[in-house]
Design a protein around this ligand. Structure first.
Ligand code: ZN
Ligand code: MG
Length: 361
């Protein structure tokens, strides 16, 4: 009896000590859906800074499968967001400033294009312009990330189901006078101005513009645009019975780093984490969705030199006003998540997504 009560106590203690904030992995092996969330410029320090000042746990703390990738590009030890995005989207390292292409303009096929080819629904969401380097590297092919008008034209070549972000100007008020808003409508897109006007009950393809160029900062009036966009995008794309691929970018973590502005950086990281929460919430219920959270590189060389866990304060310093070379973390949940442990090249993220979907090249 003594022995039995000892076992019972151990079992109870064991249960009580178990982290209740982690999540159980689904048993399905193939991913029907993939949600890839990219925190531009989000290294370990950025995440820990957000963790240190927020009262509640971050959603990102729920992941159990964690790895790191090496971010250097084909040409540079320090990648830009074009080459960084291209490695994640196509599995190929390229020259800095190229998007899903090599330096001669030879296009690299993206995971979004593979998803389209396999009859999945596809989407892009960004807190910058939707034409900026990170989202562009999933849909456009260009030797320069700054060829915004050409990048906008590339959106019309891929049958993407939904995109949400800034960048209306390069569709509607172009140097070449083309009206790409009309072109989108001719291709049966519902062109929506403002996220609040996106009705997820309506069926169709959506081009949602939330700003003429970039969206404002979170601290300057952007509100919950990113988590709400993530939630709405999932609702729309999930209507496709074959599954979906969605990329969500927290673009301005990078800009907070470049500005060496810790308040900007932390607000953007927590906002991005709120989008991660939406993706995880869906994936936990769905059971067939792989959620991956990573960055294209670290920005700012952020270090945390002191702090106070009780008062939720930190002391920080920056060593750069651009990107740094350090490895960045990868977090995964869902079918195929166990593949993301370890240290690998940024290009491997693409390969692991292809494998999880069961796509062949
Ligand atoms: Zn970047
Ligand atoms: Mg970006």
């Amino acid at each position: 009896m003594k022995r039995l009560s000892f076992i019972v106590i151990v079992l109870v203690l064991n249960f009580a000590c178990k982290r209740v904030d982690t999540i159980n992995e689904p048993q399905v092996k193939k991913a029907k859906n993939i949600i890839l969330l990219i925190g531009d410029g989000m290294g370990v320090s950025q995440i820990f800074a957000a963790m240190s000042v927020k009262e509640e746990l971050l959603a990102i703390e729920k992941f159990k499968h964690i790895g790191f990738h090496k971010t250097y590009s084909l040409t540079d030890f320090i990648t830009d967001s074009g080459a960084g995005g291209t490695a994640l989207s196509t599995g190929k390292k390229t020259k800095n400033y190229c998007v899903a292409a090599d330096s001669t303009g030879m296009p690299f096929k993206t995971i979004l294009e593979y998803a389209e080819e396999n009859k999945l629904a596809t989407g892009l969401v960004s807190t910058s312009s939707i034409l900026n380097a990170t989202p562009a590297s999933f849909i456009a092919h260009d030797t320069s990330r700054y060829n915004y008008e050409n990048i906008a034209l590339d959106f019309l070549d891929v049958d993407i189901d939904l995109f949400i972000g800034g960048g209306r100007k390069q569709f509607s008020n172009r140097e070449d006078k083309l009206n790409l808003i009309d072109s989108l409508k001719k291709k049966n897109y519902l062109v929506v101005d403002g996220l609040e006007n996106l009705n997820t009950e309506v069926d169709g393809k959506f081009a949602v513009f939330t700003a003429e160029e970039h969206n404002p900062e979170y601290l300057n009036g952007r509100g919950d645009m990113l988590p709400v966009s993530t939630e709405k995008a999932i609702k729309i794309l999930d209507k496709n019975e074959n599954g979906f691929f969605l990329m969500v970018e927290g673009s301005q973590i990078d800009w907070g780093g470049e500005d060496n502005n810790i308040d900007y950086l932390i607000a953007e990281t927590i906002d991005f984490d709120n989008a991660i929460a939406k993706a995880l919430e869906f994936a936990i219920n769905d059971g067939e969705t792989l959620v991956i959270v990573t960055a294209d590189h670290e920005t700012g060389g952020l270090s945390i030199t002191d702090g106070d866990m009780k008062n939720k304060t930190i002391v920080t310093s920056f060593s750069s006003d651009y990107h740094t070379a350090v490895m960045v973390p990868v977090f995964a949940f869902g079918p195929g998540a166990e593949e993301f442990g370890g240290i690998y090249e940024n290009t491997e993220v693409f390969e692991k997504m292809m494998k999880a979907f069961g796509f062949t090249k």
